[in-house]
Design a protein around this ligand. Sequence first.
Ligand code: SF4
Length: 237
Amino acid sequence: MLIEEVTENVVELVEKLNFAEKVERSLELIDKAYKEFGDHLVVANSLGKDSSVIWHLAKQVSPKIRGFIVTTRFKPAETKKFMSEEVARYPELRVFSNDQEIPEKLYETDPDRCCEILKVTPVRNAVREMNVKCWVTGLRSTEGRTRTDYKEIEELDKGLLKLNPILIWYEREVWEYLALNQVLVNPLYGKGYRSLGCSPCTKIAQGEDERAGRWIGTSKCGGECGIHTKPLLDYQI
Ligand code: SF4
């Protein structure tokens, strides 16, 4: 089983492998997982640069691999447009959202709750409705302070594996891959954003931490929406 095979130290791999070796390793991880899980392997596509890499890698392993996008009422117009274009190009991408009513400006008063309702709930629905046994994400360990402790393959929920095939890639290598393969990306990067999210919670930011522009001015600054930290199968709201 893949989870027992992949035991290397992530921190060492980030430094040790060159760009081409990382690409090869990522493809191998997806390929092995696809052989193990088949149609139960599904890619999470956030429409950010890392997801664009993951989606492009997965399509090389098999054009049949399915994916899901989680969107919210607060996504920027550019992201919504890019989403429509991606779904038109890849009908095997399903879109999930939650139209439940929420208090006005919940993203200011309780961003954790807002993310739980608008982002985590649709991911749980996607996992259930698409019968996912292994989901594939674009998580990277060098993205920011909250992302240093992940593994390339992990089982946070019993019976649901999470594969992070580009965990050891640098930001530079993501852009190298996208440029070399002429992959279309969300146009917001052209405006200076480095990490993309909902409009009220995402600013253009400089500095070492790629996610520093997320939830600026709140306790969640540079943090997580919860899809990588909260249970997706056994949970209580
Ligand atoms: S990123 Fe902001 S607006 Fe989007 S779900 Fe989270 S708190 Fe709400």
